[in-house]
Write a protein that binds this ligand. Sequence first.
Ligand code: COA
Length: 175
Amino acid sequence: MTVLEDGDLKLRSLRPQDAPILVELANNEKISINLRDAFPHPYTFKDALNFIGMCMECKPVNVFAIEWDGKYVGNIGIYPEQDVYRRSGEIGYFLGEPYWNKGIMTRAVRLAVEYGFGELDLVRIHTGVFEYNVASQRVLEKCGFVKEGVSREAVFKQGNLVDEIRYALLRKDVR
Ligand SMILES: CC(C)(COP(=O)(O)OP(=O)(O)OC[C@H]1O[C@@H](n2cnc3c(N)ncnc32)[C@H](O)[C@@H]1OP(=O)(O)O)[C@@H](O)C(=O)NCCC(=O)NCCS
């Protein structure tokens, strides 16, 4: 099992036993409002099992459970792109609400980025953040991501058009 560690923070592969806690963490509108509609709300036990099953089939591993202080608290993934974009990957993450604002995701992103530039041999990691998600923008900025632009009205979420802020980090800028 792939494990990345930084003190009391660990990224490890997901396993079927994580499903009940994944439901507890993910079944929260304050989380789903910041993510694509593919992240279901409400988030059911079946959704959790399907997601974990999919992640367990990926080789090399690209989605991790975040463990903090021995507890499973959220997920983080790096999704390699295809064709001419294959040296790029998209990063995505969420953390259960009880664990917000403790610096956990900033540390998890740093570990995942290191894995993406190392094991996955990516040279660029990028993502888009909905304009109202200031906490996630802050996480990326703390990790050295550069704001590359704004995709105006790119997102239609819960009946509203929302700008998406585009961020990226290059391997050559951190190594
Ligand atoms: C976004 C998210 C991952 C942040 O995780 P976290 O572990 O709480 O993040 P950190 O504690 O490492 O950093 C959060 C930063 O945002 C700041 N912040 C939080 N809420 C804020 C707000 N409403 N306005 C301004 N800054 C805010 C914190 O103060 C902190 O910055 P600081 O260290 O300079 O003080 C978490 O809130 C989450 O999972 N949200 C729902 C899902 C999501 O948004 N996923 C990302 C989609 S792009």
